[in-house]
Design a protein around this ligand. Structure first.
Ligand code: NAD
Length: 353
């Protein structure tokens, strides 16, 4: 028995599909769309605004990581000044997070053009940060009207960003496979997401302009975002949220270093999920296969190299095991200490799965 809720979504996918943005904006009934981006992506955001012509309400280029509430205030002020009735969020999870925050606070609909593998555009999860504390929740009003995935836009994503961003997407899929509300449909998407990402990411990192590999990775990221949006996350996401929230360590890189160890911890309690992950990464062991994949991508595998100090381990272990998310194996402070120690040193996991 299971319950599956499909989130409403319209996806336009393929190289060059950015060209359909004016049609999608018109079909959505947007009259004046404010284009959102980070400062780094301003050039392309301006190109989008000129594609939209009279339907553009300008560019707001101040999107940053963790969606600070001050940035949301400034974006809303820009939308009001320019009489925007909608937005186009062009970028990764930070920019799409800003589109979500504006949708939630002001009811402005938006179209998302995803340029990383984070997957936020497929979820109802929102999370601005006020005074250093991230407040998160789920609300269907933050879903974009349309998501455009154009792999050509990811060609400029540097290998050092592509690898961890793709591993972050794999983490969504892995936890979806052992989620307490997983179902056969979400598991199909999640396993296929791991397979697509695990096969394409090494090519993406070695030859960033390989459009076929970029397309496969973005397809995997779409499935990963859909998995994240459909079910609850577990121990791994809880640990990464705790690490990010308390130590401000980088998001995707932290996911990459922690994932093999969270998987090794859960392996005895989730054998079917482990079989599916191992098959999808082409290994005998889910945890070892994920570790080896991340190493092939040149990822930093030790949390000590990402800004964590050894004395932080105890506090993070306590915090992550208090109010733990549902998880296949009981979450204890000792268990978390073991996971964090292994990830801190970047040890090779030996789960035997
Ligand atoms: P990001 O959006 O912060 O982007 C990282 C950097 O890469 C930025 O400077 C950006 O301008 C640049 N960039 C993005 N795409 C590029 C491209 N194609 N070419 C060149 N540069 C490019 O990073 P992210 O990993 O996509 O997002 C991380 C954030 O998303 C975190 O805050 C995380 O919490 C959030 N997130 C939210 C959800 C959700 O469901 N709400 C899901 C996943 C991640």
């Amino acid at each position: 028995m299971f319950v599956h809720t499909s989130l409403p979504s319209r996806v336009v996918f393929g190289p060059g599909r950015l060209d359909c943005l004016p049609d999608e904006v018109a079909a959505a009934g947007f009259e004046r769309a404010l284009v959102l981006s980070t400062p780094r992506q301003r050039g392309l955001a301006e190109r989008l605004a000129s594609m939209l012509g009279r339907r553009a309400a300008g560019v707001f280029d101040q999107a940053v990581m963790h969606v600070p509430v001050e940035t949301v205030d400034a974006a809303i002020a820009a939308a009001e000044r320019n009489e925007a009735d909608s937005c186009v969020a062009f970028g990764g999870g930070s920019t799409i997070g800003l589109g979500k925050a504006i949708a939630l606070r002001r009811g402005l609909p938006y179209i998302a053009i995803a340029t990383t593998y984070a997957g936020s555009e497929m979820t109802t999860i929102w999370g601005p940060t006020a005074s250093g504390a991230k407040q998160t929740g789920r609300d269907p009003r933050v879903l974009p009207r349309t998501v455009i995935y154009d792999p050509e836009l990811t060609l400029a994503l540097p290998p050092r960003v592509s690898g961890p961003s793709g591993m972050n997407a794999i983490a969504h899929c892995v936890e979806a496979l052992y989620a307490d509300d997983a179902n056969p449909v979400t598991s199909l998407m999640a396993e296929e997401g791991v397979r697509a990402l695990a096969t394409s990411l090494p090519v993406v990192v070695a030859t960033p302009d390989d459009l076929a590999a970029r397309s496969e990775a973005l397809y995997g990221a779409w499935l990963a975002g859909s998995s994240l949006g459909a079910v609850g996350m577990a121990l791994h996401h809880k640990l990464c949220h705790t690490l990010g929230g308390t130590l401000n360590v980088p998001h995707a890189e932290t996911h990459t270093a922690v994932l093999p160890h969270a998987v090794a911890y859960n392996a005895p309690a989730a054998p079917e999920a482990m079989t599916r992950v191992a098959r999808a990464v082409g290994s005998d062991s889910a945890a070892a296969g994920l570790f080896e994949l991340a190493e092939r991508l040149g990822a930093t595998m030790a949390l000590r190299d990402l800004g964590m100090k050894e004395q932080d381990i105890d506090a993070v272990a306590e915090l992550a095991s208090a109010n733990a998310y549902p998880n296949p194996r009981p979450v204890t402070p000792d268990g978390m200490r073991g996971v964090l120690e292994a990830a801190f040193h970047g040890r090779r996991p030996g789960d035997g799965a």
